[in-house]
Design a protein around this ligand. Structure first.
Ligand SMILES: [Fe+2]
Ligand SMILES: [Fe+2]
Length: 194
């Protein structure tokens, strides 16, 4: 499906503010993929479709997750995170995306996970640092992203988990696994350097 066709479809599915967010995430993801040697075409598709299910009814997302054997643990967490798995199914079934890396980048863009591919990290990071986002430390995070994708991913997952803990909201286990993996990776790098 052509980019313009996807945009036309997204305009119907998403409110204008979310649509504009998607455009900014896509621009950011394209820049990052170019910088980190990942296919710009794949990054564009994953970014365009990452929030495709964001405004679906929770009951419809639940049905999609159940019927497509997506991770059933999601259903015992807040439905705000369901749009990622539901979105991967829609990208596959309604937009004809068959590349598993693109689908996983959509599937894990809210929770992260251990063992993320570069493309998955790019979408996760782009979602958080796109120019419309503003939170304490974001400029530092944007600079870190230019230097190291793993350091940026670690900062992103620390930010996301910290935000949830601050609100005393539950945290999906994949996010902790992503956090632990990145902290361990950073610590072992530090040990090598000293
Ligand atoms: Fe999202
Ligand atoms: Fe998003």
């Amino acid at each position: 499906m052509e980019t313009q066709q996807i945009l036309n479809d997204l305009e119907k599915r998403l409110p204008i503010k979310r649509f504009e967010h998607v455009i900014r995430v896509t621009e950011t993801a394209k820049k990052l993929s170019n910088h980190f040697g990942v296919s710009v075409e794949k990054a564009e598709l994953a970014a365009l479709l990452h929030d495709v299910a964001k405004y679906m009814e929770p009951a419809d997302m639940r049905k999609i997750i159940e019927e497509n054997s997506e991770d059933s643990r999601l259903l015992s967490f807040h439905h705000v995170i369901w749009h990622a798995a539901a979105g991967a199914v829609i990208a596959r079934d309604e937009f004809g995306i068959d590349d598993s890396d693109i689908l996983n980048a959509i599937r894990y863009h809210t929770t992260g996970r251990a063992g993320m591919s570069k493309l998955e990290k790019i979408i996760y990071i782009a979602d958080l640092i796109e120019p419309g986002r503003n939170f304490l430390g974001i400029e530092e995070l944007r600079k870190t992203t230019e230097i190291s994708i793993d350091r940026a991913m670690k900062s992103c997952i620390v930010h996301s988990i910290g935000y949830l803990v601050e609100k005393q909201a539950t945290v999906f286990p994949d996010s902790f696994e992503c956090y632990n993996e990145h902290v361990q990776k950073m610590n072992s790098q530090l040990r090598k350097e000293t």
